[in-house]
Design a protein around this ligand. Sequence first.
Ligand code: SAH
Length: 220
Amino acid sequence: MIMPHLQGIGMTSQRIRERMVKRLSEQGISDSRVLDAMCHTPRHIFVDEALASRAYEDTALPIGFNQTISQPYIVARMTELLLHSNKPKKVLEIGTGCGYQTAILAKLVDQVFSVERILPLQKKAKDHLWDLKLKNISFSYGDGGLGWSDYAPFDGILVSAAPLSIPEQLLQQLSIGGVMVIPVGTNQKQVLQRVTRTSESFSVEELDIVSFVPFLSGKE
Ligand code: SAH
């Protein structure tokens, strides 16, 4: 049985999630695995109660500590890009934030390794993901610029904050054939990139203009 607050009512109900997913497919998201995961994941539990009724709008919302939950379109787009040609088994996520993107990944890949540099955000994310009974997630508190070498290499890496250039350690922790989706650039202008590791080097596709919070070093 699904707990009532997970199911939602009114502006947080299943019907509203279905409407969000319909909008995403009209915006060009076509991977049915991604649409299905987003249709069945309550997004409202990841934001403050006061914002719950806005959780399914296509907008970023504040989650505290100057951070934002990524807008649904961006979550869908990045996940679709990551899953594009294969189904990655082991995925490293940098920037757990509220944990919503983590939940979508956990439903679609075997194992998620998620790194966050702000401890209270990580704590909240852990609680929400526990409520959803998602158990294939390992959490690390630290600077995601260092990756997570204990579990490397990863066949997918998804980064939810924008560095000025791709951290070398992340490139090194990508397996051959692995794919990284990452926004790169300054506060004013960032480009979403998909980097694929080949046997000899890396191929880079520059995709959309995006707006993410900055990728910061160290931890808080
Ligand atoms: N996918 C998340 C995005 C949150 S915003 C969500 O939808 O909630 C980006 C997150 O990246 C923030 O929580 C921020 O603290 C984190 N972050 C920024 N730089 C980081 C770094 N170097 N290592 C780990 N986390 C980082």
